[in-house]
Write a protein of this length. Structure first.
Length: 323
């Protein structure tokens, strides 16, 4: 079966992933710098352009998949990315270095993520993702943005890291517009390549597009978060890992998953709800439990990292055994 996989399709997936990650970074820099030249504050830029831009790979892949009639690949991408972020990204990061707990997250962001995760399950309950579901998720997305904006304003918190801020300040308007346009164009091309290759591989292997979305696409589009979290841990800035994962998971559910519903009525694979959504919910609850259990020590250590990573590996193994 493996020998039947087209090298062209494999190359399209690999090239699509690399180009997707690179173009998303350029798009975010171009868009953020353009917004800064237009007079927007760093807080607004960070909460909108930068935060949404980091989910640009998932968003564009979902849009292309939906347009190609592969809506379940898009849904798998959203759910799979959330599972990957908690199990793989946080797990590996905690193995590299213990992650200090931001206790404020237990009061605000984690309850918000739990609420949004429940909402995601509610819209999938009828096994259909349509315009009404998409609008519900979009309204929740705008409400979540408002809550984060109000909280950051009250705490006078910075939501843009030093490297991103420096890149914005060192990019003039012409260069910013250039990367905004080129980054957007390359995002469209690379996501199209990735979806074409991924659906071709799925057909050859005889697995569902949902499985491909949960594995190849979800892991690929989560690689930037993994690389950034591990790099931050090695530099001693690993305290941002949990915040980044929670933010990314919120955007995946509220800004990525509704995309197929806006473009077409999508019949949801029952396994997406009964298996993958359930695993995502369990991983989210597990993250909450890790906060509670490790609250006194104030860190998520290597034991917790091992449990998270093994949970993710076990999930992947179950996917391929049960396919």
């Amino acid at each position: 079966m493996l020998s039947e996989i087209s090298l062209l399709e494999v190359g399209a997936v690999l090239a699509g992933l690399v180009l997707l990650v690179w173009s998303a970074d350029k798009f975010v820099i171009g868009a953020a710098a353009t917004a800064k030249h237009a007079g927007l504050s760093p807080l607004v830029i960070g909460l909108t352009i930068v935060s949404i831009g980091t989910s640009a790979p998932e968003m564009f892949v979902s849009a292309m998949a939906a347009l190609d009639g592969a809506g379940n690949l898009a849904i798998g991408n959203a759910l799979g990315s959330n599972i990957t972020n908690i199990g793989l990204v946080l797990g590996i990061t905690a193995l590299v270095a213990p992650i200090p707990l931001q206790r404020s997250l237990l009061k605000r962001e984690i309850p918000l993520l739990l609420g949004v995760s429940v909402l995601g399950g509610v819209v999938l309950l009828d096994l259909t993702l349509d315009m009404t579901d998409a609008i519900i998720l979009l309204v929740a997305f705008l409400f979540a943005l408002y809550l984060m904006f109000r909280q950051s304003s009250e705490e006078n918190a910075s939501v843009i890291d030093e490297d991103e801020l420096k890149a914005m300040e060192n990019t003039n308007l012409k260069v910013a517009i250039f990367w905004l346009v080129v980054g957007l164009a390359l995002l469209m091309v690379s996501s199209r390549l990735l979806v074409w290759g991924a659906t071709g591989i799925a057909q050859t292997l005889g697995v569902s597009e949902l499985i491909i979305g949960l594995t190849i696409v979800a892991i690929g589009t989560s690689l930037p978060e993994l690389a950034a979290s591990v790099a931050s841990a090695l530099k001693g800035h690993h305290d941002i890992a949990i915040g980044n994962v929670i933010g990314s998971n919120l955007f995946n559910l509220l800004a990525v998953m509704p995309i197929p519903g806006f473009l077409a009525v999508t019949a949801v694979d029952p396994m997406a709800l009964y298996r993958d959504y359930t695993v995502m919910m369990l991983m989210t609850v597990f993250l909450l439990l890790l906060f509670v259990v490790n609250f006194k020590s104030g860190i998520i250590g290597r034991i917790s990292g091992t449990l998270l990573t093994l949970s993710y590996v076990g999930y992947l193994a179950y996917l391929f055994i049960s396919r």
